[in-house]
Design a protein around this ligand. Structure first.
Ligand code: GAF
Length: 394
């Protein structure tokens, strides 16, 4: 699998301008550094990354912007515009030996990245401004981690490769947020490329760009439900997969085929068997989906997305009734190729591949029929984390 880079195009600077204005208000000075890192949507390949499998996410135009400046002293002062004001300002020392996780929780993503950053930290004032919805399964935490790391690169001059940056941010999430996540979210936030999805081989960490073409739209629908269960079920699934690969004598589930699984069926209890069947079949579906997309076969790609949803719902049991309802409703609309839940599950978003001309009909149908209150994003694949020129504040 090879990486081929396509040229990047800069998007509008609306978010950055607002962030600069907010920084001025907060710190009574102008920022000198601005960075941005995107959220992501995963098109297919769910709960496969921590099993060494394949994933196919794309970076979103929704992003986390950090603006700031280097100051005298030994403190890191960070203000977030995404949280309530009494929790919004956090100050900690730049001596990495003394950076510890704590409260408020949101700051642990920033602190974790600072703790593991390879260069010496500078004293800074920074402001975080984001339009990635929190807890919606669009990787707001990875966007914050990767934006923080990109800011540290800019403020210290210590540059990292995009892959090392993703790995550092994953470590921060493991150790400072206690989430045993795979590599997908940090990877795509760091390496995303405009107009392309990114096939990631989570075993070798090699990547391949897959152009999305112009015919179909990626339609994200936020169910606006968040089930607490997500936090406790994710580590359970990951532990279950680890145990299953040990029983099957594999290093990870990527190394297991459906045929082998069938032969070893009696080694696993019924629930574990279904969990493994999801992972193994999803890894195959992701590879098939990439082939389909490469030949612009949206019908096959869409069918695989819908099969992925059924597998996540029935075998992996990480969907919920609202996500199932949104998928079923989407599939009723002419011009929809396929639909599935995206991200960790237990709430959050669905992703639907739909003919461009059917987007309005899809929105209308979901608005009329969904029992909850949905929000929609029709997204182009965007670029990964980057330092940006400071926009002039007006
Ligand atoms: C979350 C995790 F952070 C990812 O690593 C991935 O496992 C995903 O859930 C499920 O595919 O976003």
């Amino acid at each position: 699998v090879v990486t081929n880079n396509l040229p990047q195009h800069s998007s509008g600077f609306a978010m950055e301008k607002i962030a600069v204005g907010l920084f001025l208000k907060e710190f009574d000075a102008s920022p000198t550094i601005a960075v941005a890192a995107p959220g992501r949507v995963n098109l297919i390949g769910e709960h496969t990354d921590y099993n060494g499998g394949f994933v196919l996410p794309m970076a979103l135009p929704l992003k986390t912007v950090i603006v700031g400046r280097v100051v005298e002293g030994t403190t890191f002062t960070v203000v977030s515009k995404s949280v309530d004001s009494e929790e919004a300002r956090v100050v900690f020392g730049t001596d990495k030996d003394h950076i510890e996780r704590g409260l408020p929780k949101w700051a642990n993503y920033v602190k974790g990245v600072c703790k593991f950053f390879p260069g010496n930290l500078k004293a800074v004032e920074v402001l975080i401004y984001s339009d990635v919805p929190l807890g919606a399964g669009l990787s707001s935490s990875a966007a914050l981690e990767v934006a923080t790391c990109t800011f540290l690169e800019a403020s210290t001059g210590h540059k990292m490769s995009p892959i090392d940056k993703a790995l550092l941010c994953q470590k921060a999430e493991h150790e400072f947020a206690s989430v045993p996540c795979g590599i997908m979210d940090q990877f795509i936030s760091s390496l995303g490329v405009e107009r392309n999805a990114l096939l990631i081989d989570c075993q070798s960490l090699s990547t391949k760009l897959v152009p999305l073409g112009n015919e179909a739209s990626v339609f994200i629908c936020d169910s606006n439900v968040k089930h607490d269960l997500g936090g406790s079920e994710y580590p359970k699934r990951s532990a279950q997969c680890k145990r299953a690969s040990a029983i099957l004598g594999k290093e990870c589930l990527r190394d297991c085929s459906l045929d082998e699984l069938e032969v070893s069926r009696e080694l696993l209890d019924e629930e574990t068997f279904r969990r493994v069947r999801h992972v193994v079949s999803e890894i195959q579906r992701t590879q098939d989906a990439v082939k389909a997309l490469e030949s612009q076969d949206f019908a096959t790609f869409g069918r695989l997305m819908t099969e992925s949803h059924a597998s996540l719902r029935d075998d992996y049991e990480v969907s919920c009734k609202e996500l199932d309802e949104l998928v079923d409703l989407a599939l009723e609309v002419d011009g929809v190729y396929g639909s599935r839940m995206t991200g960790g599950g237990f709430g959050g978003c669905t992703v639907t591949l739909v003919k461009k001309e059917a987007v309005d009909a899809l929105k209308k149908h979901l608005n009329e029929k969904y029992s909850g209150n949905a929000s929609f994003y029709v997204c182009e694949a965007s670029r990964g984390a980057t330092e940006i020129d400071i926009p002039v504040h007006q």
